[in-house]
Design a protein around this ligand. Structure first.
Ligand code: SF4
Length: 449
């Protein structure tokens, strides 16, 4: 059970020395109880207290790491059920599936398609991070190992869906350096699979025919000393899988039951059964509830664009505005004589506007002033985007670097034009269209005239 701030306080050294960053030991204890600070931030805690508190104040769900280098991902570590309570910690990772039941051409095409989706949205790279390699019953083990080799060559982190110990062992031989997940333990084989995963130093995926069976198998694995686990909550139907995903998360977070305190895998391939639209809907549902790894049959742009947008919204910190740094952003080879445009520092606005400007091909300087990370109209209503803020930013940070004296302002704040011109003598202020998408034609027309 989680400890209260008072219980934690009783074990602190009570020096009130502030070295932990809190003004008093009591304030520190309260923060530790809320999960805002780690107990190790106090350098004076006795070993005894540290041992007791580390266990008691650890997040209810373990953080499990998979992959290596640039392809290392953290799963789990969540502390809340709902995103409005606190920020979710480890974003859902998507895996594209291949299977030993597929012919070579299909496997090759699916692996080639893994890199097809790769783009940036609001400063974050969106791509398929994982490949799920399924070993189907009654298929050839050596063919499976060949597919694992090919999948490893994509550079993506692998999840091996394999319940046969011998085959799993052979597959790990060719990919264990990339720290894949071995998703293959169940009630019938967990001892052997745990040994294989531990020897290879990889995370073990555990499944069960029911929640009770899953629970008992996890408890048995923990008894064996294996706590490097992810839970495959995929059941026979969508309804049962959904219930399992929610029940596992609730048990860990609300009831403090550490046996279910692990990240989860949801495999949509058997659940959607070839229905692409259903698979997309389920991928969205299990991104929200509570798949750490969601396996899909393939990832294309039609699925990725809404799904990654949803994930980005879900896993950003609502208390931190998504901002870009104020400054001058030259686009399309702009120099000091190129026309200037200004907008706010809200990241979504910046990336939308800069994307359209790049599309126009017209050299221009995008001037970003500090508007509190708010959108244009919100910043204007809050007084963060005003003729004064724009004029001050340009006078202090732009005029000595840029010779052009033409400034395009967002169409939604056309009302600022007169005031900016009054405050910035020598500048011609031009009002842009209302929507960013209209900027391409607007700039090209300006350039032509
Ligand atoms: Fe108290 Fe330790 Fe923080 Fe010092 S560093 S104020 S002793 S909790």
């Amino acid at each position: 059970m989680a400890l209260t701030g008072i219980q934690i306080f009783k074990m602190t050294p009570k020096k009130n020395c502030k070295e932990c960053g809190s003004p008093t030991c009591m304030a520190f204890s309260m923060k530790v109880a809320q999960g805002a600070v780690d107990i190790s931030a106090c350098p004076y805690m006795s070993e005894d207290a540290l041992a007791q508190l580390s266990e008691a104040t650890a997040p209810p769900m373990k953080t499990i790491k998979i992959g290596t280098g640039d392809n290392e991902y953290s799963l789990g570590g969540e502390t809340v059920l709902y995103r409005h309570e606190k920020t979710f910690v480890s974003k859902t990772r998507y895996a594209a599936a291949v299977c030993s039941c597929m012919d070579d051409a299909t496997v090759d095409a699916k692996l080639a398609a893994v890199s097809a989706v790769d783009y940036e949205r609001i400063g974050e790279r969106m791509f398929t991070e994982l490949v799920y390699v399924n070993f189907a019953k009654d298929t050839d083990a050596s063919k499976y190992v060949e597919i694992v080799k090919k999948a490893a060559a994509t550079g993506r982190t692998l999840v091996l869906g394999c319940k046969c110990p011998e085959t799993a062992k052979a597959a790990l031989e060719v990919c264990k350096d990339g720290k894949p997940v071995l998703n293959g333990a169940d009630a019938s084989n967990y001892e052997e699979m745990s040994k294989i995963a531990a020897e290879a130093g990889v995370v073990l995926g555990v499944s069960g025919a029911s929640l009770d069976e899953l629970y008992d198998t996890v408890a048995a694995l923990e008894k064996l000393g294996n706590k490097n686990l992810v839970l495959d909550v995929t059941m026979g139907t969508v309804k049962d899988t959904f219930e399992a995903a929610v029940a596992v998360r609730r048990a860990a977070i609300k009831d403090g039951d550490r046996t279910f305190g692990y990240p989860s895998i949801v495999n949509l391939v058997p659940l959607a059964d070839g229905d692409k639209a259903m698979e997309e809907a389920l991928a969205a549902a299990f991104t929200m509830k509570y798949g750490s790894i969601v396996v899909v049959s393939e990832m294309d742009y039609a699925m990725a664009l809404p799904l990654y947008g949803l994930r980005q919204n879900l896993f950003t910190d609502p208390q931190k505005p998504m901002k870009v740094a104020p400054g001058i952003y030259p686009l399309n080879g702009a120099d000091e004589n190129s026309i200037c445009l200004t907008t706010v520092d809200f990241a979504l606005t910046y990336f939308l506007v800069s994307g359209e400007l790049e599309r126009s091909g017209v050299p221009c300087n995008l001037l970003i002033s500090d508007a509190g990370g708010l959108s244009v109209l919100t910043a204007w209503a809050a007084g963060k985007l005003s003729s004064t803020s724009v004029a001050k930013f340009i006078a202090e940070q732009v005029e000595d670097k840029i010779k052009s004296r033409k400034l395009i302002i967002p169409g939604k704040v056309a009302v600022l034009k007169g005031d900016i011109e009054a405050k910035l003598p020598g500048w011609e202020v031009i009002v842009a269209p209302l929507e960013a998408v209209q900027l391409v034609k607007f700039l090209k027309d300006m350039q032509a005239n």
